[in-house]
Design a protein around this ligand. Structure first.
Ligand SMILES: [Zn+2]
Length: 352
């Protein structure tokens, strides 16, 4: 495929959902603004006239609305903070919006009942790491330690529950996401985490995998529950693989990569009915691109392309919906990433 930058008039980047309707990178306008920043910033797409002004307008309207309950950037107020941080890095006049969005977001951390990557503190920690890499570290340095400690406690609880027979293993709701947040928190933000805790999390992912009749490694989304979306980014092998690949990159530990490659093989072959990023084919294809990016082995890119070319993929009704996780933006971003695998994925924190 050509690597020529596409026009800034890409339809998925023109029609943003209104602020205050759906919050966060997963479903809200923030996912569009985040995507546009990375496409333009990487040279994948030509400059989009009026982009910064549009982000400022949307952010101001968002900040005037009540903050969502979630503490993460995928479903919570962290999405607008991450977007403001990114745009402030190339338009300094947006800096006051970073502080404003951060204060609004931080107020949700203590009250959010969830600790996972999708909605809770693990997502908040990864978003802080992303902001730190952009160069917005100062406004929140003091808040990081409690956030990391909350994630460590949540992972400990989830591991205890796994022993008792019921815990979530996946990226968005469980052990893989909490492990990733702690590994990234240590590598990027210098927040110490006990080695025994990350070891236990890795061992739990090893212990609760199983082999299919075809010899593929699989995970049920929840321990003790023999049903669930095994082929999904949110709860299945693709998401767990994405977390393991990042852990391998940040730690340099071979064990993470070995298990990730097992998960990637399963991601390639395990068929899903859903087509979207979160629960289906698009998410699987993205994980195969991610496997290529980390291992450098080109067949993974071919496997990703084969999934993208699945007959009838674009006709799926989900792609008439807006948003990254269950809508059209997820598919369009897959096309951009097939052309430029170095582009990041949302929600996983900064890319090494
Ligand atoms: Zn899903």
């Amino acid at each position: 495929m050509s690597s020529r930058p596409r026009s800034g008039e890409d339809p998925s980047l023109v029609r943003w959902p209104a602020p205050g309707k759906a919050a966060g990178l997963a479903c809200g306008w923030e996912g569009y603004a985040w995507t546009a920043a990375h496409l333009v910033g990487s040279g994948t797409m030509h400059a989009i006239p009026g982009l910064e002004a549009k982000v400022r307008r949307f952010a101001l309207e968002e900040l005037a609305a009540p903050a969502p309950k979630a503490a993460s950037h995928l479903w919570g107020a962290g999405g607008v903070a991450v977007v403001c941080g990114r745009y402030a890095s190339f338009d300094g006049s947006l800096r006051p919006l970073v502080r404003q969005s951060f204060r609004r977001w931080q107020a949700t951390w203590a009250s959010c009942p969830s600790f996972d990557l999708a909605e809770g503190t693990a997502g908040a920690l990864l978003a802080c790491a992303e902001l730190d890499r952009i160069g917005c570290g100062t406004p929140f340095a003091k808040s990081l330690k409690p956030l990391q400690e909350t994630c460590a406690r949540a992972l400990h609880t989830e591991l205890e529950s796994a022993e008792a027979g019921r815990a979530s293993l996946g990226l968005l709701h469980g052990i893989a996401g909490l492990l990733l947040a702690l590994v990234v928190g240590r590598a990027v933000l210098g927040l110490p985490v006990r080695r025994s805790l990350t070891d236990r999390a890795f061992e739990a992912l090893c212990r609760h995998r199983f082999r299919t009749r075809r010899g593929l490694t699989q995970w049920f989304g929840w321990t003790g529950v023999r049903r669930s979306r095994r082929g999904s980014w949110c709860s299945g092998a693709p998401g767990i693989t994405a977390a393991l690949l990042r852990c391998a990159e940040w730690t340099g530990e071979e064990r993470y990569l070995r298990l990730a490659v097992e998960g990637a093989l399963s991601t390639r072959f395990y068929r899903t009915v859903a087509r979207c990023f979160c629960c289906g084919t698009v998410g699987r294809s993205q994980v195969l691109i991610e496997t290529y990016r980390v291992t450098g082995d080109t067949p993974w890119l071919d496997y990703a392309l084969a999934l993208r070319r699945l007959r009838g993929l674009e006709a799926s009704p989900c792609f008439s919906l807006p948003g990254f996780f269950w809508g059209r933006l997820g598919l369009d971003y897959l096309d951009h990433r097939i052309r430029n695998p170095a582009l990041p994925l949302p929600g996983l924190g900064p890319q090494p």
